[in-house]
Design a protein around this ligand. Structure first.
Ligand SMILES: [Zn+2]
Ligand SMILES: [Zn+2]
Length: 124
């Protein structure tokens, strides 16, 4: 593994913030000043195709990247585009029961208005 790739993975593992490619580039650059934007974008693509990371797509917002080590779903706020992780215990096993066999992965997107935006909308 190249140093650049290790740094990108380190950024993605260090928090669960669902960064955009641009944010990952900034964070990687802070650790490795010589890294270029193209290197970061190319590595993100490669890591995604190797399933080491996940790309989260949603309408109206930039793609974000996530580590893929723990299966989980995402709550999307339709107002501020914030992404929050959630897990349903044994959900993968339940899906496998429905599918009748082992599954590779699943994507679960839930749209809502987050508590902060709800508060702001209510003028609190
Ligand atoms: Zn919100
Ligand atoms: Zn996530």
């Amino acid at each position: 593994m190249t140093r650049q790739r290790a740094v990108i993975l380190e950024v993605l593992r260090s928090d669960m913030c669902h960064h955009t490619a641009e944010e990952i580039f900034e964070l990687a650059k802070a650790k490795l000043p010589t890294i270029s934007r193209a290197t970061v974008y190319n590595n993100l693509k490669a890591l995604e195709s190797e399933r080491l990371i996940r790309r989260i797509t949603a309408e109206g917002t930039k793609d974000r990247y996530d580590n893929a080590f723990v299966p989980h779903g995402h709550l999307f706020c339709t107002m501020c585009s914030e992404v929050t992780d959630f897990q349903i215990p044994n959900f993968k096993e339940k899906l496998e029961g429905i599918a009748g066999d082992a599954i590779d992965s699943y994507e679960l997107k839930v749209r809502y208005v987050c508590p902060r935006c709800k508060k702001a909308a209510a003028g609190e």
